[in-house]
Design a protein around this ligand. Structure first.
Ligand SMILES: Cc1ncc(C[n+]2csc(CCOP(=O)(O)OP(=O)(O)O)c2C)c(N)n1
Ligand SMILES: [Mg+2]
Length: 408
């Protein structure tokens, strides 16, 4: 009986977290009172450029936040591993750039800004699409070219959008001036919102980035320019492509911060600082997130010809963002091993499958593929009512769900 009450109370208390991104309730057999409700953690000091003081070096984490961040990052990771598998099975076609390894960047940014703030990124966009509120189901449906996808199956890996999320952009660097434009709109409307414009180290030497910096500084736009430095642009290392790899200093007259992009709490504190800076009307700020991608550039790149397997293994074992958060929570008694296990994917972990909504039957994809592949999906789009019912997505209500034909 006592156990039952404990379980129910945990479910109710954690249920409040479900309003947040990707959050759902988790039950533990331990009493809620047994856990440390919140703890402070030291995070790596950020390097600063043209700033007297920087982000906090201490981050407070509540148990609810920790579980939510852990679950969200695990979901992103698992979604990418599923996409990898579906690609190799030729069920996902075309471009596909995976984000595993970089999860702390997307999660930390989302945790430090408001849902009404704006975000635009490059083509490595699956993680941000998820943290901006799109379901795994809609993302995978998009990747597999289905009508149930977030862009009705027409955008694919690089072109997904949501409210306050402007993609998913395939032209390297081109999203940065667009982001500055969104920030200009925020300033014009006086809504106190900011825009986060992300780009990679491979884009950081482009002229249009500096033109955007100039205008943003001149007009004091509320824009956070973020360079996700994952050490490579395709197969070229940052040392080979950039005369200066201090990407946080590249704004010259714009203040900058260099942040540990593998630590979700460090990213969260830094983005909070940057957003406060912009909201105070001080103009733009540049951030460099030091991170690492585990996969190759895209699915056609095995990712081991320009770096060693040992290098990848070392990052995985020493600074994996998900493991780091897990260890923090466990060593501070903020979660139980069972809870973490429930949130950690495994082939037999049915609860996690339902929980993350990504238990995917590959056979279903294979079987249905012909129904949703161009040109038939093109006809679905143009002539939905002229096709036999069996070929159409039957979810008439939302146009988003896949319906029985594409039962993702
Ligand atoms: C204008 C333009 N030039 C070249 C390319 C080809 N290209 C695609 S990705 C890429 C590398 C970009 O690397 P980075 O910005 O570091 O992003 P990451 O892949 O590391 O996330 C290049 C050169 C392109 N898509 N657009
Ligand atoms: Mg890169």
């Amino acid at each position: 009986m006592q156990n039952m009450l404990t379980l129910i109370s945990n479910v109710f208390r954690l249920g409040n977290a479900s309003k947040n991104v990707g959050a759902r309730m988790v039950a533990s057999t331990r009493s809620f009172a047994d856990f440390t409700p919140q703890a402070s953690f030291d995070v790596k000091k950020c390097e600063l450029h043209r700033l007297e003081a920087g982000p906090s070096e201490t981050a407070v984490l509540t148990r609810e936040q920790g579980l939510q961040y852990y679950r969200t990052m695990q979901t992103m990771r698992r979604m990418e591993l599923k996409a990898d598998q579906l690609y190799k099975q030729k069920i996902i076609r075309g471009f596909c750039h995976l984000y595993d390894g970089q999860e702390a960047c997307a999660m930390g940014i989302e945790a430090g800004i408001n849902p009404t703030d704006h975000l635009i990124t490059a083509y490595r966009a699956h993680g941000y699409t998820f943290t901006r509120g799109v379901s795994v189901r809609e993302i995978l449906a998009e990747l597999t070219g289905r009508r149930g996808g977030v862009a009705k199956g027409k955008g694919g890996s690089m072109h997904m959008y949501a409210k306050h999320f402007y993609g998913g952009n395939g032209i390297v660097g081109a999203q940065v001036p667009l982001g500055a434009g969104v920030a200009l709109a925020c300033q014009y409307q006086g809504n106190n919102q900011v825009c986060v414009a992300l780009y990679g180290d491979g884009a950081a030497n482009q002229g249009q980035i500096f033109e955007s910096f100039n205008m943003a500084a001149l007009w004091k736009l509320p824009c956070i320019f973020i360079c996700e430095n994952n050490k490579f642009g395709m197969g070229t290392s940052v040392e080979r492509s950039s005369a200066s790899t201090d990407y946080f200093k590249r704004g010259d007259y714009i203040p900058g911060i260099k942040v540990d992009g593998m630590d979700v709490l460090c990213v969260r504190e830094a983005i909070k600082f940057a957003a406060d800076y912009c909201r105070a009307g001080k103009g733009p700020i540049v951030m460099e997130l030091e991170t690492y991608r585990y996969h190759g550039h895209s699915m056609s790149d095995p990712g081991v010809s320009y770096r060693s397997r040992e290098e990848i293994q070392e990052v995985r074992s020493k600074s994996d963002p998900i493991t780091m958060l897990k260890e923090r929570m466990l060593s501070n008694n903020m979660a139980s091993v069972e809870e973490i296990k429930v949130l950690t994917p495994s082939p037999t972990n049915k609860y996690t499958d339902r929980h993350t909504n990504i238990h995917i039957d590959t056979q279903t994809y294979r079987h249905r593929w012909s129904n949703s592949f161009f040109p038939s999906s093109f006809l679905h789009y143009l002539l939905p009512s002229s096709l036999p019912l069996g070929d159409r997505c039957r979810d008439q209500e939302s146009d988003r769900g896949c319906g029985p034909v594409c039962d993702l």
